[in-house]
Design a protein around this ligand. Structure first.
Ligand code: AMP
Length: 392
């Protein structure tokens, strides 16, 4: 059965088509700069990469081009072959603890949750509608970034502001990257051959979060009401004393919007280092002993270590610590720095294994109290699986 896995942004649309349940990728690609000058798309099929420039007025047009390419490349014989489309949806609020088939009610709920994710849910809705318009017979499924974290309990998810903010306005921790944390949890169940795993899953990408997984369920995670809480990220501050905001508005004569933009787009690795939001650039300068790169890298690592230590105490028993996301999967330097800082927990890195480049491998030494792994995440296949499970 052919299933499309889709991630729609405000000006982009990423997709993979799978043959399920084999999880074979038939074609993948991305449409970029939709609705903006210079739009183009790239496809990957049979190991071959193709890039084409094309005016893409809107997402409907991108979906039309996508369908034409599926037919032209003989990935499908007719539109009827596309049985289901799984859509990544960032915010499911506290309503969805699982993926769900999209009907009018679900779509309205996703639209209604746009207040909580103004940058993401409206774009996800545009993607859902574009596929509805072009292939109305395909079953559409929403796979929420927040769903896996709905098992977090109240003592962890409540903010420490007035309880009325939660009761009247649903102010609470939702947390994100759930599809990735869930995928890693499923992989670790299989690797450890255990149903009830306790894990600390570190998703370290441009956006970053760590989850505490107890008995295979998310019981805490570092992102909060929005994806700005928790770890230091590429351009986001992560945890931050909110009273700095009115102070900076005053002394720099900035609006609230400008300061929030600074915290979202000009903070984190970029803001501290003044060099780049890309951890490869920070690493390069860190190795050159560039003062601000050293500062940014050390602060980045320390924040991660603090959360791992917190979740270690919270979970009591930990089967494994995992690293995924662009930085977690690729940066042996960052991983080593983190594990070296966890010496007090008797965690020890194996320097040789840590340098491997594979999809899944152990990086801790035999003496380490907890096994540590690199696991390449795959949110797209998780979306396809959840979609297939609701469709078959
Ligand atoms: P993601 O958001 O998961 O795509 O991750 C993006 C982040 O991964 C960026 O900060 C990249 O610099 C980082 N990254 C990708 N490859 C490497 C690498 N080989 N070494 C260090 N960081 C990397």
């Amino acid at each position: 059965m052919k299933v499309l896995s889709v991630n729609a942004g405000s000006s982009s649309l990423k997709f993979q088509m799978y043959e399920m349940p084999q999880e074979e990728v038939l074609i993948s690609g991305v449409f970029e700069r939709i609705g903006i000058d210079g739009s183009f798309y790239s496809l990957k099929i049979n190991g071959k990469k193709i890039k084409k420039e094309k005016v893409l007025k809107d997402h409907d047009m991108a979906v039309s081009v996508l369908i034409d390419e599926l037919l032209a490349n003989n990935v499908v014989e007719s539109l009827e072959d596309i049985k289901a489309v799984g859509h990544r949806v960032v915010h499911g609020g506290d309503k969805y603890s699982d993926s769900v088939v999209i009907d009018d009610d679900v779509l309205n709920t996703i639209v209604g949750l746009s207040d909580l994710a103004p940058l993401h849910n409206p774009a996800n809705v545009i993607g859902i509608k574009a596929f509805f318009n072009k292939i109305p017979n395909a079953i559409a499924v929403a796979v929420f970034d927040t769903a896996f974290h709905q098992t977090i309990e109240k003592e962890e998810f409540l903010s420490s502001g007035p309880i009325e903010w939660y009761e009247n306005h649903k102010v609470r921790k939702y947390s994100f990257h759930g599809t990735s944390h869930k995928y890693i949890t499923e992989r670790m169940k299989s690797i450890l051959n255990k149903k009830e795993v306790n894990l600390i899953t570190c998703h370290l990408g441009n956006g970053a979060s760590i989850s505490a997984i107890k008995g295979g369920q998310s019981k805490d995670s570092t992102m909060g009401f929005t994806p700005n809480a928790g770890l230091i990220m590429g351009t986001r501050s992560g945890d931050f004393d909110f009273t700095i905001i009115p102070y900076i508005m005053e002394v720099e004569n900035k609006t609230l919007e400008e300061v929030l933009n600074d915290l979202n787009k000009k903070s984190g690795l970029l803001g501290i280092s003044g060099i780049s939001s890309d951890s490869r650039d920070i690493e390069e300068e860190f190795l050159n002993n560039e003062k601000n790169a050293v500062l940014a890298q050390n602060m980045y690592v320390k924040r991660i270590v603090a959360y791992i230590a917190k979740y270690f105490v919270f979970l009591k028993e930990v089967d494994a610590i995992t690293f995924s996301g662009g930085i977690g999967e690729n940066s042996s330097i960052t991983r080593k720095m983190i594990l070296d800082e966890l010496e007090a927990l008797n965690i020890k890195v194996d320097k040789v294994s840590n340098e491997k480049r594979e999809d899944e491998f152990l990086i801790s030494s035999k003496e380490s109290k907890v096994d540590c792994y690199v696991i390449k995440t795959d949110e797209e296949v998780m979306i396809a699986k959840e979609t297939y499970d609701l469709t078959k």
